[in-house]
Design a protein around this ligand. Structure first.
Ligand SMILES: [Zn+2]
Ligand SMILES: [Zn+2]
Ligand SMILES: [Zn+2]
Length: 291
């Protein structure tokens, strides 16, 4: 008997991180989803401008020398996503069209397993090396008709829209406390997280107060365990009336006679079990009686 229970409870052990450390398992045999999350997190961290900033092709440190902003793509998991990327001087020189003949280089010179690039960002003339407005990294790119300032990345562009008005807020009254908003973005509606949460709670409460409870709706809801479910113990007459009311409502038939019959039943004396569902049904029956 004991041996049998051992057989039932013994399960094959799943490979884990300790097997990788001891060299029993190749790292890629681990859960692919977990690895993918880690890779995506690494790519995001690199893209969001955490130091040091690296060339997307050769992983050289970009601080110091000029970085070339190019259009291209990043592979996240199995899919490629269009992105603007930063490459170092030597990677740009080996992938850009030949300066003497003007001939383009093969794609292999501009591609790795997780990134590729096509050309300098922008469609206008070549701009002189310009420091990124937000972080100061010197960037080489082409002009663009609507370009308002040279930034090196999406993260720097976002931080720029936040600091452009000096973090002075919108000056409009806060949706939570009513005081003028004097900090944050130029379109900020609240002075802080506490006021945003307070306004949200108020909206939810207002919505709940606007809903007028329908006594017939409540009666059908209370009758559901008895009509559709397995609850029992109500009188045959009450069951029949509730069932017919439900069907009439579903089909859009006239419900006045059925409601009058239910309202005529005495909620204090009708046979209903003494359970939470039964008590709710009794209260709902009281609710449809004319005052
Ligand atoms: Zn490089
Ligand atoms: Zn920047
Ligand atoms: Zn406020």
């Amino acid at each position: 008997m004991r041996r049998l229970s051992k057989l039932v409870t013994a399960r094959p052990r799943r490979p884990g991180r300790s097997d990788v450390i001891r060299g029993r398992l190749h790292p890629l045999r681990l859960c692919p989803l977990r690895i993918r999350v880690r890779v995506v997190g690494l790519v995001m961290a690199m893209r969001e401008g955490s130091r040091p900033r690296l060339c997307v092709m050769c992983a050289a440190d970009l601080d110091g020398g000029p970085a070339y902003l190019v259009t291209g793509g990043l592979r996240l998991g199995r899919r490629w996503f269009p992105r603007q990327l930063l490459v170092c001087t030597s990677c740009y020189a080996s992938g850009a069209p030949d300066p003497v003949t003007g001939l383009s280089r093969p794609l292999a010179a501009r591609q790795t397993s997780r990134a590729w690039w096509a050309e300098l960002a922008g469609r206008g003339e070549l701009l002189p090396p310009t420091p990124c407005i937000a972080c100061g990294l010197v960037v080489v790119r082409r002009a663009e008709s609507l370009l308002r300032g040279v930034t090196c990345s999406r993260a720097c562009r976002t931080s720029l829209t936040r600091i452009r008005n000096g973090g002075q807020g919108s000056g409009r009254p806060c949706g939570g406390c009513g005081q003028p908003v004097t900090s944050g973005r130029a379109d900020s509606a609240y002075c802080g997280g506490a006021c945003r949460q307070r306004a949200y709670r108020r909206r939810v409460a207002d919505r709940a107060a606007d809903r007028v409870p329908d006594p017939v709706e409540e009666l059908l809801g209370a009758a559901t365990p008895f009509v559709d479910g397995h609850a029992s113990g109500i009188s045959q007459a009450l069951y029949r009336a509730l069932y017919r009311l439900k069907v009439a409502r579903l089909r859009g038939h006239d419900q006045a006679a059925l409601l009058a019959r239910l309202a005529a039943m005495d909620p204090g004396r009708v046979k209903v079990p003494d359970t939470p569902a039964g008590r709710r049904l009794r209260v709902a029956l009281r609710g449809i009686r004319p005052a």
